[in-house]
Design a protein. Structure first.
Length: 321
């Protein structure tokens, strides 16, 4: 049995732990693993390298991906997908494990349509926006990274008695914003899934200032409805007169050594991907739901919307008093 493994799209802490698990569990079955460098772009170009258990030594704690990654717009073209299929067949691969977010899984789904081999996805994205797994690889680490920054910003906000807006990643998903906003004690949290109510926020900030609350922190997901943290800051100033400072955390949220939770999740899902292949499954994503390892059809992972925690959303205005 020869299988391929690739990482694609945005990197996420824990990808290397997933790669390690796939390689070593596959090796325990005496399978050969080919690492595909630079995602689907590398697959089209035939950038394959054999991965042995020794090749993945000392990668568990490393962020990023040892296989490198890329976004591959050329994979949208039928000719490129046919070339990818030819590469897989020329190298006598029987299965591919694709590690990444929704773009990666969409590419994997298209590959499964034209190739007779088995295709299994592993969810790795800090956005945590894929259905079929309670958490995705990298989400927990991104939360900790963002929270550490927000805790530091809170020190300055308190010292200067000032309003701070912190923009976190989440173009289409508010999971990071809701998580760090709750854990960081934010006065308000703006997410793409909920219409931004600047009037209510402004009223709350003014009332809080009257009660003697001189500093506030607002968490803004980059994809919220007003156009991001800088746009929100300008509109709040027009409504309240309050000066503010904006911090955009950006790609710092993707980097760093994965947390224990992400390493464990990545290890379980990588190993389970090999089991799914051995059972003949294809066009599915492995995940963990309520503590149980599961598989979900790839297409459902992005078409079935994953909802934010409604209880946390309800708590935001109550806890911000």
């Amino acid at each position: 049995m020869r299988i391929g493994i690739l990482t694609s799209g945005g990197d996420a802490p824990g990808m290397n732990a997933a790669i390690r698990a796939v390689v070593r569990v596959a090796a325990s079955r005496e399978w050969i693993v080919a690492g595909i460098r630079r995602g689907f772009s590398g697959l089209i170009q035939g950038e394959l390298v054999e991965l042995t258990p020794r090749a993945v030594a000392n990668v568990l704690q490393r962020g990023g991906t040892i296989l490198k990654t890329s976004r591959s717009p050329e994979f949208l073209e039928p000719e490129s997908r046919e070339r990818a299929r030819a590469v897989l067949e020329e190298n006598e691969l029987s299965a591919v494990v694709a590690i990444g977010g929704d773009g990666t899984l969409k590419g994997a789904h298209e590959l499964a349509k034209i190739w007779r081999g088995r295709v299994v996805g592993v969810p790795a994205t800090i956005d945590n926006d894929l259905s079929g797994s309670d958490d995705t690889i990298g989400f927990d680490t991104a939360l900790d990274t963002a929270l550490d920054a927000i805790d530091k910003i809170r020190d300055t906000a308190a010292s200067h008695e000032r309003l701070f807006l912190v923009e976190v990643m989440g173009r289409h998903s508010g999971f990071i914003a809701l998580g760090v906003g709750t854990a960081g004690g934010a006065e308000d949290i703006f997410v793409p899934e909920v219409a931004t109510d600047l009037d209510a926020c402004s009223k709350h900030l003014v009332e809080a200032r009257k009660r003697g609350k001189a500093m506030s922190i607002l968490i803004v997901a980059e994809g919220e409805h007003e156009g991001g943290a800088f746009a929100v800051a300008e509109k709040l100033k027009a409504k309240t007169g309050f000066e503010s400072r904006v911090t955009v955390l950006g790609h710092i949220q993707r980097g760093g050594s994965p947390t224990a939770r992400d390493r464990i999740l990545a290890t379980k899902l990588g190993a389970f991907a090999v089991e799914a292949i051995s059972e003949g499954k294809t066009d599915v994503m492995v995940g963990e739901v309520a503590g149980r390892l599961t598989t979900t059809p790839l297409e459902e992972t992005w078409t079935r919307k994953k909802a934010l925690d409604p209880f946390l959303l309800k708590l935001i205005p109550i806890l911000a008093r």
